[in-house]
Design a binder for this molecule. Structure first.
Ligand code: GEK
Length: 254
């Protein structure tokens, strides 16, 4: 957790909402977001690093030889990099997809900065339109929440169909709670996390407006029901920090 923000922030510190905007537009994954993305996600998502480590461990456990590993909504490739390190020596390839050209361009640079024998295909594409085949691991790390809720079940079915028996889906999301008292208290913990990481009230409220109707959360139960409908035999939360959780869903049978 970053507890101190320098007076003159370096260019990659997230200050996108530090000044008052006349009108706050809908959040977009453009060049300005790409430039500050690692800082933004670290300071906004509790447990982000722990989830990446867990993704590495779970990938090492479940990656099958001669299969594909998918990172859907890869952004700058943080999960791809973690997976790649953990499957070195196995015969797998990683397919990483994001529909932001700016993200994909920067992800290319990040991936080229480290040597690896594991091939990575980077695609600028809509993950809801992308075929999933011969998969042993599929990661959706904080991206389903940006997909039209009406398309979520079909996407999960496509993933289930594309997974080999024994294959896994790791899905991380921001959650909401139907119980208003729980929602208020847990949301408060998240706001305190952002304040402790140096975000001002103005930044928090402008970011919230920009994400309205863009980031649409589900409850834990919505996710569990959807996993079941898609066909997954086992599914549950393996990590949670406040209102941010990561699920593991396993396809156990053909
Ligand atoms: C990480 N997983 O660091 N198809 C493909 N990509 C999409 C789509 C879509 N339909 N919609 C949004 N995206 C990353 C973090 S960020 C999470 C993922 C966040 C992409 C979008 O361009 C962005 O890069 C990513 O999903 C979400 O582990 O910003 O909270």
């Amino acid at each position: 957790m970053i507890s101190h923000i320098p007076n003159n922030p370096p260019h990659n510190t997230d200050t996108l909402y530090a000044q008052a905007h006349e009108a706050v537009g809908a959040f977009q994954f453009d060049e300005s977001v790409v430039a500050v993305f690692p800082d933004m996600i670290q300071r906004s998502v509790p447990g982000y690093q722990a989830i990446l480590s867990g993704i590495g461990e779970l990938t090492q456990q479940h990656a099958q030889n001669n299969s594909n590993l998918y990172d859907l909504g890869c952004a700058l490739g943080a999960a791809t990099l973690t997976m790649r390190r953990k499957v070195e020596g196995k015969k797998c390839q990683i397919i990483a997809i994001d529909n932001s050209e700016a993200m994909i361009e920067r992800a290319k640079e990040h991936l080229h900065a480290y040597h690896s024998e594991i091939p990575v295909q980077l695609h600028c594409a809509d993950m809801t339109q992308f075929p999933i085949e011969n998969a042993s691991v599929v990661i959706i790390n904080f991206t389903l929440q940006f997909i039209d809720p009406n398309q979520r079940e079909t996407l999960l079915k496509t993933i289930y169909q594309g997974l080999n028996p024994g294959g896994i889906l790791i899905l991380s999301e921001k959650l909401h709670f139907n119980d208003p008292k729980l929602q208020q208290s847990i949301e408060h913990l998240h706001l305190q996390f952002k304040r402790a990481n140096g975000y001002s009230e103005l930044e928090i409220s402008q970011k919230r407006s920009s994400l309205e109707n863009v980031l649409i959360t589900d409850t834990e139960q919505d996710h569990l029901t959807r996993f079941k409908k898609a066909g997954f035999q086992s599914a549950g939360i393996w990590f949670q920090a406040y209102n941010f959780a990561s699920f593991l869903a396993i396809k156990t049978t053909p």
